[in-house]
Write a new protein. Structure first.
Length: 132
């Protein structure tokens, strides 16, 4: 990467800020703080937990199920994927039953699965990816 030096207008001096709290719209951010920002972005992108779980057929009367997963927080992004069986007939049934899960919400050390119309009638294997 080539760094290009820009000539300044006589009498005009750029102020370089070495923090991430300034609200200035005219000051320049130091290379050091650029590095800090890059590390924060990279670290955030690399923080993902994966859980493989099996959910049973015991759901609440409100068609919800709470699954305990240590380390999950309410602000985490939760992605849920089916883990398909090898058997074709079982897979067909799983597809039908997975489609009953309408929404997933995260909370402190839990996820909540919500079904709008009916609940799964068979145990289902899920891959839970949590991004934080």
């Amino acid at each position: 990467m080539k760094i290009r030096k820009i000539a300044q207008t006589p009498g005009l001096v750029a102020t370089v800020v070495d923090n991430l709290t300034s609200t200035s719209t005219t000051d320049a951010l130091s290379a050091n703080q650029g590095k800090v920002l890059n590390e924060k972005i990279t670290n955030k992108a690399n923080k993902k937990k994966i859980y493989n779980i099996t959910i049973d057929t015991n759901w609440t009367e409100l068609n919800t199920k709470i699954v305990e997963l240590q380390g999950i927080e309410e602000t985490d992004i939760v992605n849920v994927y089916p883990i398909w069986s090898e058997n074709k007939e079982t897979r067909k049934k799983e597809k039908e039953e997975y489609s009953k899960i309408s929404m997933v919400k995260s909370s402190e050390n839990n996820i909540e699965l919500i079904c709008d119309e009916g609940t799964p009638n068979i145990n289902l294997n899920l891959r839970i990816e949590v991004v934080y």
